[in-house]
Ligand binder design. Structure first.
Ligand code: XMP
Length: 514
């Protein structure tokens, strides 16, 4: 699908920061569309996109290091406002004639910022305020034309600006919640300095996406793989709005679904979308292909490939289908590897697809974060229970069974998972967490039950809070809830004698175990 962008675009140049996505999200929260591009994107290419502003992200390098990422210096001649953050701030200082030196000591954590000029970038942000720092180098002297806008005890140039050229730099991280007023600063940049109108809304997105889908698809037929999750349900609603009966929705049961899920999805579809749903039971086919497979990436690839096979067979059955609609999101695209971001895992709906496919992909949410898709779903009339569903990965329970996927293990995991979710719902915690589920480990440990020795599987309970799955924290669940889940799983699920709670955050772990 040809990708166009809304008229007001701000670009984040990614210098390898953990937080680039967060900067983009914060800017979008100001109703300004924002995209992330690699640091070395040529200035001419950026100029073609006619951005209203550019943000240089942070990054782990030192500006004087050999091979440290640089930007195209012609960016400074485009007349476009630029905000440098952390490494971006240092790079801007170094390239424009300021002085950057290694800091006497690495500054990490909260610092007291003293604002010297509460204008433009700092409009309405006068006085002393807490900010989040994480840097090894520091700007000692700003480049000619720049004034010092703020300092901390350890950082003499914590913020600098050249209002004439509309170039600004901040040493701290305004995008993280540890800088509580940081979003105000980003808002000042995109609305005040760049002059954006803040008109990018989900309602506008829906209208544009519908027009774009119509233009791409013409009178062709579209197949939409529907899993029952937020993304694919919202996608089905959007494509139906765009092309009506040219759409066929297919729900593939790959045998890796949760307890009762196949029925629930069909019911939800009938109730909320009131549109025919083709149901394909391909469980045996998938399980056969997964037999003996233990490597996580191989599992993902096999599932992705089988999925397309099933869909292509469906496409043949429907006849004259040329397009496949998928609910791929921005983090899926980023995490499956881009020129600047490393591949973490092959997301089933991105890198997991075969290289050669007959169907052309239609992915209207490729540039959206999950919460934005939820807002699109609400805009399209989907109910809160549906748009609030926890994410569930395309490869399903296959990536939650460590090791070979067998019918017995699937059954154990389904039962344990259902208990965990039931208890979280009963405790009123479901909507407070981003995602909760069980993972089955395929090693066994010794236990004792009714005076008998047991030798059975452990189940891992995973519950995380997150804004967009790019980073996540383990959820601080009340001990009583953990106790209930553990005792119910061990008592009710045969084959399990131990429950452990995963207390790892992302990074350095990921949300799923595979
Ligand atoms: P990780 O495990 O990478 O997961 O921290 C981030 C989020 O993505 C979900 N996930 C997937 N979603 N297809 C999907 O549609 C996939 O292949 C896939 N793998 C992980 C995961 O559940 C979490 O919400």
């Amino acid at each position: 699908m040809p990708e166009t962008h809304p008229p007001e675009l701000v670009i984040v140049l990614d210098f390898g920061a953990q937080y680039s996505q967060l900067i983009a999200r914060r800017i979008r929260e100001c109703d300004v569309y924002c995209e992330i591009l690699p640091a070395n994107t040529p200035a001419a290419e950026i100029a073609r996109l006619k951005p209203r502003g550019i943000v240089f992200s942070g990054g782990p390098s030192s500006v004087y290091e050999e091979g440290a990422p640089r930007c195209d210096e012609r960016l400074f001649t485009l007349g476009v406002p630029i905000l440098g953050i952390c490494y971006g701030h240092q790079l801007m200082a170094a390239l424009l004639g300021g002085q950057v030196v290694p800091a006497a000591s690495r500054e990490y954590g909260q610092a007291d910022l003293h604002v010297l000029q509460a204008e433009a970038l700092f409009a309405g942000l006068e006085g002393d305020r807490v900010c989040w720092m994480s840097h090894g180098d520091t700007v000692l002297a700003p480049p000619p034309g720049f004034a010092i806008l703020a300092r901390t005890e350890d950082t003499p140039v914590a913020a600098m600006g050249d209002p004439a050229r509309r170039f600004y730099g901040v040493q701290f991280h305004p995008e993280v919640t540890h800088t509580p007023w940081g979003k105000e600063l980003l808002r000042n940049f995109v609305l005040g300095v760049c002059g954006c109108g803040g008109t990018w809304t989900m309602r506008g997105f829906v209208a544009e996406a519908i027009a774009q889908v119509r233009a791409t698809v013409g009178s062709g037929r579209v197949l939409c793989a529907t899993s029952g999750g937020v993304d694919s349900m919202t996608l089905a609603a959007l494509i139906r709005e765009a092309v009506g009966d040219q759409l066929t929705c297919v729900f593939v049961n790959h045998g890796l679904l949760r307890k009762g899920e196949a029925e629930q999805v069909r019911e939800a579809f009938a109730e909320h979308l009131r549109f025919p749903l083709v149901y394909v039971d391909a469980a045996d086919q998938f399980l056969e292909r997964l037999r003996g497979v233990t490597d996580p990436e191989t599992k993902r690839k096999i599932i992705g490939r089988e999925f397309i096979r099933v869909l292509e067979a469906e496409a043949d059955r429907v006849g004259e289908v040329r397009f496949l609609a998928q609910g791929t999101l921005y983090p899926d695209v980023i995490e499956s590897g881009t020129s600047t971001a490393a591949k973490i895992k092959t997301h089933h709906n991105v890198g997991g697809l075969p290289e050669r496919m007959r169907l052309q992909l239609v992915e209207p949410f490729r540039r959206l974060f999950k919460d934005e898709v939820r807002r699109v779903g609400t805009e399209l009339g989907l109910p809160p229970a549906l748009v609030g569903r926890h994410p569930f990965p395309g490869p399903g329970l296959a990536v939650r069974i460590l090791g070979e996927v067998t019918p017995e293990r699937l059954e154990i995991l389904r039962e344990a998972d259902a208990i965990a979710l039931e208890e979280l719902r009963a405790a009123g915690l479901y909507d407070e967490i981003w995602q909760a589920f069980c993972v089955l480990l395929t090693l066994r440990s010794v236990g004792v039950m009714g005076d008998q020795r047991t030798y059975a599987y452990p189940v891992v309970l995973r519950a995380v809070t997150s804004e967009d799955a790019m980073t996540a924290n383990w959820a601080r669940l009340p001990h009583e809830v953990l106790a209930r889940i553990s005792s119910r799983i061990i008592n009710e699920v045969r084959g399990v004698n131990r429950v452990v709670y995963d207390i790892s955050s992302k990074p350095p772990s990921t949300i799923e175990w595979e």
